[in-house]
Write a protein that binds this ligand. Structure first.
Ligand SMILES: [Zn+2]
Length: 543
């Protein structure tokens, strides 16, 4: 509902600046970013008819872009979250993989590892030294929407939560400067079941987090059996329940006695592979809303939530499974409780929601489309040996080449001095030989090259990027599925905005995930840096 006064104010603002900025009375008090890990865009079309809760509200009352995609090659969690939050490609924000090769220090690093920080937990059980290492965003080279919000006004606050450290941290953006970093960043520690943070963000966990960790909420499902919550005919319309390559290949059908069906997992590990883990996260989010009261402070508040268990269930059962369908039916209900909490805390006209995903996923690959990591590495080392022989070089081949997924890294410090001079010869010979392998993509399309370009950050790249043919999955497991390729099924994700003054509609033209942060910045009326790769879609979705 737009009052006449507000309309006049808005028109005046357009007149003054030429840009349709929102007047302060229209500006929401809070925004919620919801990232659902591994949510493919086709879930919107396939599952929406069955949604009745939070996802229904966002997808039927919001502006939904049906053709949004990540435009980088390495469609992994860290890369996707950093791209969504910074509005930049990995070639600018620098997070080129969940792990990447730090060329300067000749080591493979995890995207959020930070040995200068410690983890802050509630549980004080004795742990191994490595278990107390914290993490931060020090590898992230561009600011995120969280930083823009924090910088805009000292009263603004940012909260970022996830089950995964890399998701919470990379949404929350750069962490080095106290005055522009997020106020609170929490993720779930599967070793203890605690929601934790690191010394990069706080000196201690707030008491409400400790209380939540001690509340027993995380132990609610110890005796639970995961069964379908909806009508079984709905599930049959989605697909068969039992598919040979699901889960561990044995426990492929409901009901899932998840605490015992994958024998060697701890309870928290097992829980992570069920919808209950995302339910726990949303429970934590609601507690955060009750305790921190976003939207009720002196400034604007941004709450970022990344639901990671959707990825774990997707990996185990695949996009066409009844289990992933059940996960989304449950998430729809969970998000309904979250949105109702926000409605009553803030009023539904006072906040906006942005929804997207960090990457998609391949359909469960049949046996003939699975390339085992062991076979892959053996085949590559086989042709490498030939390449070296034909280049008249004599390398200790096993230690000179390291693998990072399908990519190859030449460890220069392990080369004999005489061979170092011939390094480029080796790379050329290797590249030529790799083309002989039947599973390697030989002719890259212009689009694939663009994805690789957008994913290229100097000093963090392997020596040879190997792209496998479409629909092939490089995996160390004989079951389940994955993502990480430049293909459409891994890149095509939902992008939706919901809130007052956003016109409910489906938009079919192509947009990019780098457009999310600039659009949200416009929606909430905060400035963004000039150097982002994305563009604001604000004009396209406003009423
Ligand atoms: Zn994943």
């Amino acid at each position: 509902m737009v009052t006449v006064g507000v309309l006049v104010a808005a028109v005046l603002l357009i007149g003054q600046t030429g840009v349709a900025r929102q007047s302060s009375s229209q500006r929401p008090k809070a925004a919620v970013v919801i990232v659902i890990d591994q949510m493919r865009a086709d879930y919107v079309t396939r599952f929406t008819p069955y949604f009745t809760g939070g996802l229904k509200r966002i997808l039927s009352e919001g502006a939904v872009f049906d053709s949004a995609s990540h435009e980088h090659a390495n469609t992994e969690t860290a890369v996707g979250h950093a791209t969504l939050s910074t509005g930049c490609f990995p070639s600018h924000h620098g997070i080129v993989g969940n792990e990447f090769y730090d060329r300067l220090h000749d080591q493979i690093v995890y995207a959020v590892e930070d040995t200068t920080t410690r983890l802050l937990r509630t549980t004080s059980a004795p742990l191994k030294r490595d278990d107390s290492l914290g993490s931060s965003a020090h590898y992230l080279l561009r600011s995120s929407i969280a930083n823009w919000v924090a910088q805009a006004d000292k009263h603004n606050r940012v909260f970022s939560i996830s089950l995964k450290d890399r998701s919470a941290i990379l949404m929350a953006g750069q962490s080095a400067q106290e005055n522009t970093r997020a106020d609170a960043v929490y993720w779930w520690d599967r070793k203890t079941g605690d929601f934790v943070t690191s010394t990069a963000y706080a000196q201690a966990l707030p008491e409400w987090v400790n209380r939540f960790n001690r509340s027993g909420a995380r132990d609610n499902w110890r005796d639970s059996v995961w069964n379908r919550i909806g009508d079984t005919t709905q599930y049959d319309a989605i697909g068969p329940d039992s598919v040979a390559l699901e889960n561990d290949g044995i426990h492929t059908a409901f009901p899932h006695r998840f605490t015992t069906e994958r024998g060697n997992r701890s309870y928290y590990d097992a829980l992570y592979y069920t919808p209950y883990a995302d339910q726990l996260l949303i429970g934590f989010a609601r507690e955060l809303i009750r305790k921190e009261k976003p939207g009720k402070g002196k400034g604007f508040d941004l709450l970022m939530i990344s639901c990671s268990a959707a990825d774990a269930v997707g990996h185990s059962f695949g996009p066409m499974s009844q289990e992933i369908f059940d996960h989304y039916l449950r998430l729809d209900k969970c998000l309904d409780t979250l949105i109702r909490t926000l409605d009553s805390a803030l009023g539904r006209d006072n906040y906006v929601i942005a929804l997207s995903s960090d990457h998609g996923c391949a359909n469960l690959p049949p046996v003939e489309n699975r390339i085992s990591v062991r076979d892959y590495q053996a085949a590559v080392l086989g042709v490498a040996k030939e390449a070296m022989a034909s280049s008249l070089l004599d390398f200790r081949r096993d230690s000179v080449i390291s693998f990072l997924g399908s990519d190859l890294i030449i460890r220069r410090n392990r080369l004999a001095p005489i061979d170092s001079a011939n390094e480029s010869l080796l790379i050329r010979a290797l590249t030529w030989s790799l083309d002989k392998l039947p599973f390697v993509l030989k002719e890259e399309s212009a689009e694939t090259i663009r994805m690789l370009d957008n994913n290229f950050y100097p000093g963090r790249m392997p020596d040879i990027s190997v792209i496998l043919k479409e629909n092939l999955l490089l995996t160390s497991s004989t079951t389940g599925t994955g993502h990480g390729t430049p293909y459409w099924y891994d890149r095509h994700v939902p992008l939706a905005f919901w809130g007052v003054h956003i016109k409910p509609q489906h938009l079919t033209y192509r947009v990019r995930t780098v457009d999310m942060a600039p659009t949200l910045a416009d929606l909430i009326g905060i400035a963004q840096p000039d150097s982002v790769d994305g563009v604001s879609l604000f004009r396209n979705i406003r009423e």
